[in-house]
Write a protein that binds this ligand. Structure first.
Ligand SMILES: [Zn+2]
Ligand SMILES: [Zn+2]
Length: 353
């Protein structure tokens, strides 16, 4: 474990006498082994099976072969999307939306106004996306575009023929591994079939602002439900981000930089520090758990947003790591897509327990 990871592990799990542990089944000989969660998260290579000495966790560049998006889907993402699908007319509206999606328009816009990255133009950036694809075992390669913007953002558009657009501010403020995490987050949206619903959420938001009060009032409940789902879908994609970069420190740094930026003027005046930021996430968790008023306020301040706030995202990512699901996946125990299933109808099957 390097010094940075040791420091981070101490911040996350400060009491040396109460280090959390978990039982992991060896992927080579099926022996059950108890591991320290901090060591397993920050130094997985050092965790060996007590019986066969094999590595308990998947290596940094080993693919998560055949992983299904359900393996890392956040329960709130699943719950709110199912609720939306039960709204009368919503499945029909989705079908109509997919059939009429102006996909060519997205490509035309990207082709006209941004830089297409491939093996000749910005191969370094394409290689970072390929690294994330390879780790998440995603066979398709979306078109990648670089878009000049002072804001840090990335987005995925399209359904049949998707594209990922990366805003140039990310290249100034994120390092390569952080960019891999961001690419993996975007690939997670594709893998989990979020893109159509995300587009619907954005479209309804725009139409709601443009349309008459009465139409806006009628569509308001569905707008709120879509936005609520959209924020929870980010939690699923953040998990894909961590599975893509495989370094919790990197995944947390991405959120830290999204919250405060990492421009020269900021870095000149101080060092971005992950410790106090984690304390913020812990404080938010305590407030949301202990007070219905704080919980309602947290919902109120995000209700018209497609994306949740960074500290909330950190809180949920840490919960996922601490409850052991991340380590289950990294030990090879995860839901898989059935080999040979026709595209679009791939079925997730639980790996044998
Ligand atoms: Zn073993
Ligand atoms: Zn996202």
């Amino acid at each position: 474990m390097n010094d940075h990871h040791r420091e981070l592990a101490t911040i996350l799990w400060p009491d040396p006498d109460k280090q959390p542990t978990k039982v992991v089944r060896c992927r080579h000989c099926a022996t059950r082994n108890r591991v320290d969660i901090p060591t397993a998260v920050f130094d997985p290579d050092s965790c060996r099976c007590g019986s066969c000495s094999g590595k308990l966790f998947i290596g940094p560049d080993e693919p998560l072969t055949d992983i299904a998006s359900s393996a890392y889907e956040h329960s709130l993402d699943r719950k709110y999307l199912q609720a939306l699908k039960a709204v009368p007319g919503f499945p029909q509206a989705t079908r109509w939306f997919v059939a009429n999606l102006p996909e060519r328009l997205f490509h035309m816009q990207a082709l006209s106004a941004t830089i297409r990255c491939d093996d000749t133009q910005f191969p370094e950036l394409t290689a970072l996306m390929d690294k994330a694809r390879q780790r998440l075992d995603i066979p398709y390669r979306p078109a990648l575009y670089l878009d000049e913007s002072p804001y840090m953002n990335a987005m995925t558009l399209g359904a049949e023929n998707p594209l990922i657009s990366v805003y140039s501010a990310l290249l100034d403020q994120m390092d390569d591994e952080e960019l891999v995490a961001i690419m993996a987050h975007e690939l997670g949206h594709l893998h989990a079939d979020h893109v159509i619903y995300k587009l619907m959420a954005n479209l309804l938001l725009v139409l709601g602002r443009m349309s008459s009060n009465i139409i806006n009032l009628l569509s308001f409940p569905i707008q709120l439900a879509l936005l609520k789902w959209s924020r929870c879908a980010e939690l699923t994609a953040d998990r894909a981000g961590l599975l893509g970069c495989r370094d919790l420190g990197v995944a947390l740094n991405v959120q830290l930089k999204f919250a405060g930026g990492a421009r020269p003027g900021i870095l000149r005046r101080g060092k971005l520090s992950i410790g106090p930021f984690i304390q913020q996430a812990r404080e938010l968790e305590r407030k949301e758990m202990s007070s219905w008023l704080d919980n309602s306020l947290a919902l109120f301040i995000t209700m018209d947003r497609t994306h949740p706030f960074s500290v909330w995202r950190v809180m949920h990512l840490l919960q996922w790591v601490e409850n052991g699901n991340y380590l289950d996946i990294m030990s090879g125990e995860y839901a898989r897509v059935k080999r040979g299933a026709p595209e679009g109808e791939a079925q997730a099957v639980e790996v044998e327990a």
